[in-house]
Design a protein around this ligand. Structure first.
Ligand SMILES: *Cc1c(COP(=O)(O)O)cnc(C)c1O
Length: 219
């Protein structure tokens, strides 16, 4: 089977498993721009990338109506570029990044749409390396960043656990979403679920799923 037919059949297969209204972000990290072009030609528009250099390059190769989601760890010195090419940032978890994103977005006359990343780990050790704010810090975080004029907080994002039942994690994310909506009623998006756990994430209200390997193959 050629690459186009292979991607087309996997894309159809996944789409048939999505709940109505759930947005599919195809995570194209590590795959060539030619694969993104195939997806685009098949009518797909939403793409996810984890690295600035890669996302920036691919976004320049694709037509302007492609929608780009940055979902990787944020390095402050990459923010200027990320704000240039991304339509959504899924991985906001730091106040200083929020202020910088807002400033950069305002300079471009844009509002940068951001998801607040919430850490869904069962046990948060003090020096936890995993990304995301602690769920219980959500209100405090929103209090500090909620008024930034260049930011539009659209919802919460989380990454499910490896090798564990994902249900408690996505329940936590759904709870964080409800609490966020108490503060910002429009911020109702939930970005949760990857190839291995998106069905569970949808049970807990995910509005956006981020799938790579189930559509493009193993990396
Ligand atoms: C890589 C990645 C995905 C996609 O993972 P797959 O298992 O390939 O579907 C989704 N979200 C984030 C944050 C990622 O880093």
């Amino acid at each position: 089977m050629d690459r186009r037919s292979e991607i087309a059949s996997r894309l159809d297969e996944i789409k048939s498993q999505l709940k109505p209204g759930v947005a599919l972000i195809v995570v194209t990290k590590t795959f060539p721009a030619s694969d993104v072009q195939i997806l685009y030609d098949l009518g797909h528009r939403e793409f996810g990338e984890n690295r600035d250099v890669e996302g920036s390059a691919k976004s320049k190769e694709l037509p302007a109506d492609a929608v780009w989601h940055f979902q990787g760890g944020i390095q402050s010195n990459k923010l200027k570029s990320i704000v240039e090419w991304s339509d959504f940032i899924h991985s906001l978890d730091d106040v200083s990044h929020a202020k910088k994103i807002s400033e950069l977005a305002r300079a471009r006359n844009k509002k940068q749409r951001c998801f607040i990343q919430v850490n869904l780990d069962q046990e948060l050790s003090a020096g936890s390396e995993r990304s995301g704010i602690k769920p219980e810090s959500l209100e405090e975080f929103v209090e500090v960043v909620g008024d930034e004029a260049g930011l539009e907080i659209v919802g919460v994002m989380g990454v499910g656990p490896l090798n564990q039942d994902p249900a408690p994690a996505f329940a936590k994310l759904q709870n964080a979403s409800l609490r966020l909506q108490n503060l910002i009623p429009e911020a109702r998006f939930i970005s949760g679920g990857m190839s291995g756990d998106f069905k569970v994430a949808m049970e807990f209200g995910a509005t956006h799923v981020r799938l790579g390997s189930s559509i493009l193959g193993t990396r």
